[in-house]
Design a protein around this ligand. Structure first.
Ligand SMILES: Nc1ncnc2c1ncn2[C@@H]1O[C@H](COP(=O)(O)OP(=O)(O)OP(=O)(O)O)[C@@H](O)[C@H]1O
Ligand SMILES: [Mg+2]
Length: 267
């Protein structure tokens, strides 16, 4: 791991405005709910986080604690309400930031694999290099083949997503993200939709990426992966970072009561 900072998140806050129906139980005499009550949620609140080059940072926390929102703000799929996020020397959160460059630099893999259903595995991977990187046919062919090999799916090049298992689809999704040669990979619960026997094949690919020095920000509750690959674990609750530290520290001897309570559920 180098001392170079790849991701710098400063005082990141994301507020969602929502409209809620007034609870009819509160006012039983009122026949119809007339007004929608405006409210807001601090999905992410004052989060500071630094990820160094080659570092694997794991984000854990209960449902609704803001993990996905934080990741989505890093590649500007979501705009921060206040605060700032830097990828290398690009301020992602500035309105005039070159989002295309950010998306080339930062690959993202989701829980639901989001592959293009009408393209086979090979073309799912080759599409972005061809269209966005303007790579020639042969170079894109070599690129996609190399990545299929890397995720152990050379024999599935011609298969369409619906013909692949969940674990295989997720490995194609990882290969597709890698096809842009990102410097940073974001993973949002990449194995939580998978059957147990498929989890390992996806984690093995992630582990090999980590070992090759990829900078990774990962939302996952896979303890095996956490202990094998994570340099640091960040525990979030209610949009805030409650505690962060080395995996041994957070999992075996956390300082905060809230962290202890949460870990009881997942360990
Ligand atoms: N587009 C949206 N509009 C309104 N509220 C949202 C939106 N996206 C997320 N939220 C709210 O923001 C909070 C954080 O959500 P987020 O999806 O980031 O949590 P999470 O930690 O990823 O949860 P999970 O473990 O269930 O995936 C939640 O209260 C959620 O309801
Ligand atoms: Mg989430």
């Amino acid at each position: 791991m180098s001392s170079k900072i790849k991701i710098r998140i400063e005082k990141a806050t994301k507020v969602f405005n929502t409209f809620q129906r007034e609870d009819p139980a509160k006012n039983p005499r009122q026949k119809r709910v007339k007004k929608l009550k405006r409210s807001h949620i601090f999905a992410v609140k004052d989060v500071d986080l630094i990820v160094h080059q080659g570092e694997v940072v794991l984000v854990i926390g209960p449902s609704g604690s803001g993990k996905s929102t934080l990741l989505r703000c890093v590649n500007r799929m979501e705009d921060l309400t206040s605060g700032s996020i830097w990828i290398d020397d690009i301020c992602v959160t500035e309105s005039k930031a070159d989002i295309r460059k950010v998306r080339e630099e930062v690959g993202m893999v989701f829980q639901s694999f989001n592959l293009f259903p009408h393209l086979n595995a090979f073309n799912n991977i080759a599409l972005a290099p061809k269209v966005i990187k303007k790579m020639g046919k042969e170079a894109a062919f070599n690129k996609a083949n190399g990545l299929l090999r890397r995720v152990g799916l050379v024999d599935k090049a011609e298969s369409y997503p619906e013909q692949l298992s969940g674990g295989q689809q997720q490995r194609v999704a990882i290969a597709r993200a890698l096809a842009m040669d990102p410097h940073i990979m974001l993973f949002d619960e990449p194995t939580s939709a998978l059957d147990p026997e498929m989890i390992k094949e996806v984690l093995d690919v992630m582990l090999s990426l980590a070992r090759d020095g990829m900078t990774m920000l990962v939302v996952s509750h896979e303890m095996g992966f956490a202990r094998a690959a994570a340099h640091r674990v960040v525990f979030m609750d209610k949009g805030e970072v409650v505690e962060e530290g080395a995996p041994e520290k957070i999992f075996d001897d956390p300082d905060k009561e809230r962290t202890k309570r949460f870990l009881k559920h997942i360990l």
